[in-house]
Design a protein. Structure first.
Lengths: 261, 310
């Protein structure tokens, strides 16, 4: 029954976020013909002039050039515009929204009822975490699988395997921030403060990754750049993400077990 | 209301030297409490006396700083045992804290899935009797309706121990009577034990057979209500002139009040001894009268306060 409550508490939130992602996915895929037209008319000399004026350094120029070249294909466009940017940001934000809020109360009510029921605090957290991971998995995989499904509508094709790999990587990334939000919620209870803490952590991780070599770090690696470019998986970051998620959930359970209400 | 005989010795709740400190503030200061199995026990105390903290410790919501809390012979501060306590105990919180997004039927079904001995027959009967709208969302229920629903969940859980925190606060007299009748019926029919923390002394007088008074986190009294009634007496002494100040030598004097010619003595044990002392000091008349629970409560708490100040 703890599962039922966890689902009941988050189902409308999940449904709204899921709908937003599905609509955005459709928009990005169906927008491809316009983007294709735009890319065809883009003058490569523009980037060169920017470099000459000193506005871009060598690395940035190289990256820009790679982006422009890659986005002339549907596969490149989907990775750069969707998986690497909008989709990853959305899943991280939506995972934080799903993980925030007390696992014991519903909209701030029912805390003492939950604590008086024959369900351990660990069980409440376990149920909420399991439902949360399932929801993040759905948010990561279903829109990803929509891409190969919708691609023929714009005269393209997209590999199901590639969609699954990118979806899976972003699921791990989302899970980390679901767990951050759950730990924050175990400490502060209310939804708003948990979201703010999770956002601050996400921004902190994002900025800290700027100091790492290019392509490393949770955000950089788990958006699947290495897979897009060379077909390799970021095993280090995958293991790190799973371990971090486990540690954060364990921390949330330990804190919840110790608390007085 | 029918009163049951209570000669039960076995305790369903045993609290010994329980202490709980919140950031330097002592909410419980060595509480000792024993609730006999099968009793309706009234837990009385002023605001901030430590009643709710004691109930929360019993349900594993707060961890004791020291001391022991046991229910059904199980330790409430051991997580696995606390879970078993909660399987066998139901609770109505002071603010009727329910899941506001569920419907009445939804929350009843949810609770039914959690308690191994859920009484579906009683739930159906109480839903009808209490006129609860099954399809309505909990957030759209009036406070009285929410209270009734919280009682229903507690009484139908199949629990051996029902804990109710301010269970009739905010209810009209008809609803109060209706719910108290349901409680007494459950206790009489199924041997359930009820622990009521309340300020409604009239409710306790009506249904309880055991009373505990706590103040400043300690139990001042813990006894069967009949024993309290039998042992406590008000001795009203009238003098011909101004009542003298008398330091009674008889044991068990709880309080002495002087007002003009009248001296009112609340005595816990030997009322006849106090009456004899008063007569010896020239009293014109001496009456030994029964006392209400309210008088016992007020004087017991006032005595503790004056002892504390002294």
């Amino acid at each position: 029954m703890a599962w039922a409550k966890a689902w009941h508490d988050t189902r409308w939130r999940f449904a709204a976020l899921f709908a937003v992602l599905v609509v955005l996915t459709c928009f990005f895929v169906l927008e491809w013909p316009q983007v294709q037209h735009l890319m065809a008319t883009l003058d490569p000399a523009v980037a060169g002039r920017a470099l000459g004026s000193g506005a871009l350094d060598g690395n940035a120029y190289h990256a820009l050039g790679e982006q422009i070249a890659a986005q002339r294909t549907f596969r490149g466009y989907i990775w750069y515009q969707w998986f690497d940017q909008n989709f990853a940001s959305c899943v991280v934000l939506f995972a934080a929204l799903l993980g925030s809020g007390s696992v014991l109360s519903t909209s701030g009510r029912g805390l003492l009822l939950s604590l008086s029921l024959p369900v351990s605090r660990g069980r409440w957290l376990e149920a909420r975490a399991a439902i949360g991971f399932a929801q993040v998995l759905a948010l990561a995989l279903v829109p990803s699988l929509l891409i190969p499904l919708l691609a023929p509508a714009v005269g393209e094709s997209y590999s199901v395997t590639e969609a699954l790999v990118h979806g899976g990587l972003i699921f791990v990334l989302g899970s980390v921030f679901l767990a951050v939000a759950m730990l924050a919620s175990a400490i502060v209870d209310d939804f708003g403060r948990a979201i703010v803490i999770t956002a601050v952590v996400a921004l902190g991780v994002g900025y800290a990754e700027l100091l790492l070599p290019n392509g490393h770090g949770l955000f950089h690696a788990l958006t699947g750049g290495a897979y897009f470019r060379a077909g390799t998986l970021p095993w280090t970051e995958l293991v790190l993400g799973v371990a971090l998620t486990g540690a954060l959930i364990y921390g949330a359970a330990a804190h919840l077990a110790r608390r007085d209400f | 209301m029918a009163r049951r005989e209570s000669n039960v010795v076995e305790a369903i709740v045993e609290i010994a030297d329980l202490r709980k400190t919140y950031g330097g503030v002592e909410a419980l200061a060595g509480l000792n409490l024993r609730v006999p199995r099968g009793a309706i026990c009234g837990l009385l105390g002023r605001n901030g006396a430590g009643k709710t903290t004691a109930l929360k410790a019993l349900l594993g919501m707060v961890r004791p700083t020291s001391g022991t809390v046991k229910a059904h012979g199980l330790a409430a501060d051991v997580p696995e045992q606390s879970l078993e306590i909660r399987r066998r105990t139901s609770f109505v919180s002071e603010d009727r804290d329910l899941y506001s997004s569920m419907s009445v039927a939804g929350i009843v079904g949810f609770a039914a899935g959690l308690y191994p001995r859920w009484r579906a027959d009683l739930a159906a009967e109480y839903l009808r009797k209490l006129e609860l709208p099954v399809e309505r969302s909990v957030k759209h229920l009036s406070r009285g309706m929410r209270t009734k629903l919280a009682w229903l969940l507690a009484l139908c859980a199949g629990a051996e121990l029902v804990i109710l925190d301010e269970p009739t606060a905010g209810l009209d007299p008809v609803a109060t009577e209706e719910l108290l009748q349901l409680l007494v019926a459950r206790v009489a029919r199924d041997g359930v034990t009820a622990l009521l923390s309340t300020h409604q002394l009239a409710d306790i007088e009506q249904v309880a057979d055991h009373v505990a008074i706590i103040d400043h986190g300690r139990a001042l009294l813990d006894a069967p209500l009949d024993d309290l009634r039998a042992s406590h007496r008000r001795v009203q002494v009238v003098f011909a002139g101004e009542a003298p100040e008398i330091a009674f030598a008889t044991r068990g004097v709880v309080s002495v009040r002087r007002a003009g010619r009248v001296l009112t003595v609340l005595v816990r044990a030997d009322a006849d001894g106090v009456a004899a002392e008063a007569r010896a000091r020239g009293a014109a008349s001496v009456d030994v009268l029964p006392v209400t629970l309210k008088e016992i409560f007020i004087e017991t708490v006032a005595e503790e306060k004056s002892n504390g100040l002294g």
